[in-house]
Design a protein around this ligand. Sequence first.
Ligand code: NAP
Length: 256
Amino acid sequence: MATISPLPGRLAGKVAIITGSTQGIGLGIAERLGSEGASVVISSRKQKNVDEALEKLQSSGIDALGLVCHVSDSAQRKNLIKSTVEKYGSIDILISNAAVNPSVDPILKMSEAAIDKMWEVNVKASILIIREAAPYLSDGASIVLISSVVAYHPQFDIAMYGVTKTALLGLTKALAAELAPKVRVNCVAPGFVPTQFASYLVGEEEKRKQMEAKTLLGRLGTTSDIAAVVAFLASPDASYVTGENIVVSGGVTSRL
Ligand code: NAP
């Protein structure tokens, strides 16, 4: 597997907020954006996780701010934006990454509470944080929503979760139009990445092999694979790209 290297200085002077960024894909994105020169604002629900991730980033020389922010908590979202602007002045990059999958029941058997939670965290909170950040977004700012490859095939035990991720594909198109030409809005749809979130899919050796076999490249993704594409979209290299959904899945989808 080829090594993925950051492009030092590509994001120098930029300020990036990444939600759900104390582990997994979100932390991988923070590490990548930070190693390209951005100041990164990380957050998640638990103070301990924020402290540990902050220590990790800062010890590798990345300028970082860490805050507790459950994305469905209006006061914590507003504090995230306010603290970022107070410290850095404006926002250049916003990555909406936090998501939950509290139930694997079929859609028609799922509790209303689980349905509400998925829409609340995965979709509504993405809309609200973008709305709250909008007044502080710089000219040329870049927003990236994190969807999923299952957005294209919402089936079986992750169908409801998949449908919320399908909504993000549409949201990307809609917000790209609303925020143009000042701000670009794009979406990354990861394939299977063995994080805590995906542990029930790839936790056992047999399941892991099955998931690997579904890819054309014969392997699961890494947080670095996803972060590299997010960094591209966040950077001036993607300055003519908006309203797009990029699948980063090792070739899992059959979509054209
Ligand atoms: P993960 O390793 O479980 O990490 C999730 C992160 O989000 C943690 O830092 C967690 O910290 C935080 N978090 C969870 N709920 C939150 C909330 N309500 N508000 C704020 N922060 C919250 O998950 P991941 O696999 O990296 O997933 C990240 C994104 O990638 C999600 O949008 C997911 O849908 C998407 N994705 C993942 C895969 C995959 O295979 N892993 C595939 C496709 C798409 P706390 O516990 O401290 O809150």
